[in-house]
Design a binder for this molecule. Structure first.
Ligand code: ZN
Length: 286
């Protein structure tokens, strides 16, 4: 069964109807990729929230939905906000069937086995599948329809003259606030601004989170083709990746062999509520 507090694919789609839901595109298996949108359609400033790029990281999806709930209660008037709560719906549905069947599986990629957080154009590094393991970037930048759909919609926003100035991507786990770059050791030109906005989020959180530039978290461990590098370089967005919570391991040894609990905390609604409260001002551009 699905652990208490988490939602299956259909419930996630239902929750996204709180805003004006738009279909951005379709996954490999033709599952709709839906965003809830808030604020004026023709606003000149745009924020994007992405969650669920990695199949098993369900706490990010719950956090995105908690954010959507807050935005629905007080929709922005000065910007448009996309909440793409489920960027890898096929992967999410596989995990859902695993949970119902009691299978203890780890899954990260989409149906093609691509790590959707290595498939973005900025800093993309081609690598053969056999050498990549779970981090296969795919056959080329934006080769995967899930990533291509998001990029196409944001490109459309810039084409009409809007500025995508804020981007948030939700993952798990590790209680980290990560900023660009992943693919380069050097600091971004706007590092001070990126750090400052992350710091404000950190200061609002009840749990203790630390801030790092991705490529300097574990020196030498570069991450190529990741979303925050692309959202920052391509659109100029202040981009933040959150590794939500610390997973859900307990003293019960059964939790140690259940990949779902490596990534996802117990009592997700509490964790998601704290994160959403702290992230809401960021998403609104503060
Ligand atoms: Zn992730």
């Amino acid at each position: 069964m699905i652990p208490p507090g988490y939602r299956g694919h259909r419930e996630v789609l239902a929750a996204l109807q709180r805003g004006s839901a738009v279909e951005l595109g379709q996954s490999v298996e033709q599952t709709p990729i839906v965003a809830a949108t808030f604020g004026p359609a023709l606003a000149t400033r745009v924020s994007v929230v992405i969650a669920g790029l990695h199949a098993i990281e369900w706490i990010g999806v719950e956090t995105a939905l908690a954010l959507a709930e807050r935005l629905a209660a007080a929709p922005p008037t000065d910007r448009k906000i996309y909440v793409v709560a489920l960027a890898n719906p096929d992967g999410y549905r596989r995990i859902e069937s695993d949970l119902w069947a009691g299978r203890r599986r780890f899954r990260r990629g989409n149906t093609n086995g691509v790590d959707l957080n290595r498939n973005w154009p900025t800093g993309f590094l081609p690598r053969p599948k056999w050498l990549s393991g779970i981090n296969w970037p795919g056959s080329g930048p934006c080769s995967e329809p899930e990533v291509a759909a998001i990029v196409r919609v944001l490109d459309g926003e810039t084409a009409r003259g809007a500025v995508v100035d804020t981007a948030l991507s939700l993952h798990s786990f590790g209680r980290k606030l990560l900023i660009p770059y992943g693919a380069r050791f050097r600091r971004p030109a706007r590092y001070a601004e990126l750090y400052e906005r992350a710091r404000r989020v950190r200061d609002r959180l009840v749990d203790r989170y630390s801030i790092d530039q991705v490529s300097r978290w574990l020196p030498g461990a570069f991450v190529y083709g990741m979303e925050i590098d692309d959202l920052h370089d391509r659109y100029g967005a202040c981009a933040l990746l959150v590794e939500c919570a610390f997973g859900g391991l307990t003293l019960d040894p059964a939790s140690w062999t259940t990949p779902f609990h490596w990534y996802n905390p117990r009592r997700p609604s509490q964790v998601a509520a704290d994160l959403a409260r702290a992230l809401e001002p960021f998403v609104r551009g503060a």
